[in-house]
Design a protein around this ligand. Sequence first.
Ligand code: ATP
Ligand code: MG
Length: 338
Amino acid sequence: MSKPVILTGLRANNDLHLGNYLGALLPIVDMATQRAGEYQINLFVPDLHSFTTPIDHANLQKSIIQNLKMFVAAGLPIDHSDVVIYRQSYIPAHSELTWILDCFTGMGEMSRMTQFKDKSAKLDTDRISLGLFNYPVLMAADILLYDTDYVPVGDDQTQHLEYTRDIAERLNKKFGDLFTVPKAVKEQHEFFGKDQGLRIKDLTDPSKKMSKSDETGKGVLFLTDSPDTARKKIMSAETDSVGSVHYDYEKQPGVSNLLDILKLMGGGPDEFIGQTQYGPLKIAVADKVGEFLTDFQAKLAKVDEAAILSKLETSEQAMSGVASKKLYLVQKAVGLRP
Ligand code: ATP
Ligand code: MG
């Protein structure tokens, strides 16, 4: 089993939303479908990453399984032997390698991470966890344990990938060849091809992206929302006072976001351009999103949970072997093992 590795994961801190579906689930499923055979696809649940920001812990187990079910509902080929799915916390090497990498990582380096700056800005200092600060190091361990070449990264993750390459090179230089250095961001983009810049905006505040950790969830279209709930959120989406539908993210971000959602849901935004009322556009978006949710939720209800659990078990066993081997190499290199 020495196929080149593509690795990707989705934080299970909450239910997934339409942005996650369009910007992550679908592209990951497409990628896995196309690349399995030639590549090994490591799709893991970063459960240790899920409480770097506060979550409802009583829901975590449910979210983890739900998250995987959604991948399967979106078409992930879990029967393929090149597709492995595993929970990060079930493979202790992730945490152990993180500690070692921590000791070769600078505070300054981590303080410059924009995701940390953004997420911590929303919290009181005592609620900014060390885990949030340390997040990129755990992510580097996730990647380096499996000699990963490719990681699909959006804008919010490119700095983390660059750090991963830096720390891998730093340790390789100090201790000899330990890690495969993942490809640079540019090569990642060439490899994955698709535009990874897609960002569905929050309906109540279109200046920010739809986010599953959003406090109220009012502007977030969750994949588990009923068509009715989704309709209410869409009908009260923030627009503007321009009074005419145009695609212009500067001046009309809310309307532009609705046009984008409509297009991505298979509707025709063109017929709304120039209309002086926003209502009909909203209704069209609500109809399309409603159809999509009905269909997706029907698929979700049919997903075989037992098949997921059994796939997890075999994958976790196999990946524990791979990860422990790598960890052992590192432990030896730093003098923890004879
Ligand atoms: P959180 O608020 O916890 O950061 P999130 O909704 O931003 O949640 P992530 O776990 O950070 O989700 O990202 C999961 C995947 O979904 C990533 O691949 C990310 O690029 C994609 N993604 C997140 N939000 C959007 C969005 N609004 N539009 C398109 N893709 C998105
Ligand atoms: Mg995010």
